[in-house]
Design a protein around this ligand. Structure first.
Ligand SMILES: Cc1cc2nc3c(=O)[nH]c(=O)nc-3n(C[C@H](O)[C@H](O)[C@H](O)COP(=O)(O)OP(=O)(O)OC[C@H]3O[C@@H](n4cnc5c(N)ncnc54)[C@H](O)[C@@H]3O)c2cc1C
Length: 412
């Protein structure tokens, strides 16, 4: 680990930001023989977030996790869904969701991944940030890194921007379109729920445009948080959290061992391009967050992995134009415009609607393979079942479907 050096260094890849996306990209590059430099603005890895558990769908990441031997807490297949009227049901998913420990502890996802990258020969500069970038036509030639008083000039063949939602490198691409700000507040403690099930609560009044969740890792370490759409809030996110638990005594009872809190926000935006010459955007810096639930871990890991993969490809074949394959990969995996539409529908639902939708989801489970229904674009059997369920819930569901266009118009 370096705490800044004066002078000039050359490398194949410079990764800026050692969060989950940058750590995975650096590990892939170093493991596959690239001369890799990773810089992090904080004095240590994971200091940009408090210790907590992030949960994220396992599809798309399982192979990467196995290949790079990335650290996860548990793989959970059951989730318990609560509707505003207090009803709940448990959904079983073959695919499941991974829990990741986040933060500055040595066993967090980012710390353990960076540690692996260092073991593969990656050089790490902490307490270092980008001061200046020198660009020649379409190529970013040099990056001046500032570490307190010391300046280091890095001459990379490729730059991977993994420096989060306010990336230094956004100034070099067309204006990003900010879609939404998702805010979160939560607490950590022990044994909030069983480690084999996540709990998710919906309530349009207590958690507008969002949800409340609780997860527990195999070690017993637990997180409970509220995640909300900022533009709909009339009070602080902390106040919503307190109100949610005060109106749900069984939740209050489950989290009584809480001992610390965390908060933060994520921006949902779209970059017109994720590759600009020899610059690649990954994770939050690329706006790669699931717009529906706000998951960022899966996109961070997947984009970090493919940024590494296509960098190795481009450098080994001495052809930077191959980086365009990364753009195609990102578009194929994350450019799903319909999710924004579903999110708008979700935000327009009141508690009566949510009770109905969750009741119908419960009926759907067991009749079809929900995993396949949620993850494939056209799944005829699922659509047929959904239609039958809608019909069997008439007239309430017909009214609900008729109401949607008016609600969407009211929202926009
Ligand atoms: C409260 C909250 C709860 C969340 N819960 C979940 C969840 O349950 N599941 C889930 O999937 N996602 C969750 N997310 C989202 C998830 O945390 C992010 O999407 C994920 O951290 C993205 O990883 P990243 O590496 O792209 O960016 P970041 O984690 O933001 O990492 C960026 C890194 O770059 C560094 N950096 C920034 N600027 C510079 C610079 N100029 N030079 C050098 N280094 C720099 C930062 O210090 C940091 O280390 C949550 C987010 C919040 C705020």
């Amino acid at each position: 680990m370096f705490d800044g050096v004066d002078g000039v260094i050359e490398c194949d890849v410079l990764v800026v930001g050692a969060g989950p996306a940058g750590a995975v990209a650096a590990l892939y590059c170093a493991k596959n023989g690239l001369d890799t430099v990773l810089i992090e603005k904080n004095r240590g890895i994971g200091k940009h977030t408090k210790t907590k558990i992030d949960a994220s769908p396992a599809d798309e990441v399982t192979e990467i996790i196995n290949e790079l031997k990335l650290k996860t807490e548990n793989l959970v297949h059951k989730s318990r869904w609560y509707s505003p009227d207090g009803n709940s049901f448990t959904l079983y998913s073959e695919i499941g969701e991974y829990y990741f420990k986040r933060g500055p502890d040595a066993d967090s996802f980012e710390c353990s991944t960076v540690d692996k990258a260092l073991g593969e020969g990656c050089k790490l500069f902490i307490n270092s940030t980008v001061k200046e970038v020198i660009k020649d036509r379409n190529k970013f030639e040099r990056v001046v890194i500032l570490n307190q008083a010391k300046e280091t000039t890095v001459k990379p063949k490729i730059i991977i921007a993994a420096d989060g939602r306010n990336s230094f490198f956004h100034r070099f691409v067309e204006k990003k379109i900010i879609k939404k700000k998702i805010v979160g507040y939560g607490v950590t403690g022990v044994n909030f729920v069983n480690p084999d099930v996540s709990e998710i609560y919906f309530d349009a009044e207590l958690a507008p445009g969002g949800y409340f969740y609780m997860v527990t890792s195999l070690s017993g370490f637990s997180s409970a948080a509220i995640v909300l759409e900022e533009s709909r809030l009339t009070r602080s996110v902390r106040t919503y959290f307190d109100e949610f638990i005060s109106k749900n005594p069984e939740v209050q009872d489950k989290i009584k061992s809480s001992n610390s809190s965390f908060s933060g926000y994520g921006c949902i935006f779209r970059l017109p391009e994720h590759v600009s010459g020899n610059l690649i955007f990954v994770g939050n810096a690329g706006g790669l967050i699931d717009p529906f639930m706000g998951y960022g871990m899966m996109p961070a890991i997947v984009s970090g992995y493919y940024a590494g993969k296509y960098s190795v490809d481009a450098i080994s074949k001495d052809d930077l134009s191959l980086l365009e394959n990364y753009e195609m990969e990102v578009r194929k995996r994350f450019d799903n415009k319909s999710v924004y539409f579903y999110r708008r529908i979700f935000e327009s639902l009141d508690n009566e609607d949510l009770n109905l939708v969750l009741k119908m989801t419960n009926q759907l489970d067991g009749r079809i393979d929900v995993d396949r229904f949620l993850h494939s674009r056209i799944y005829i059997k699922g659509l047929l079942c959904l239609s039958l369920i809608v019909i069997s819930n008439l007239p309430r569901s017909a009214l609900f479907i008729l109401k949607i266009p008016f609600k969407l118009l009211k929202c926009s």
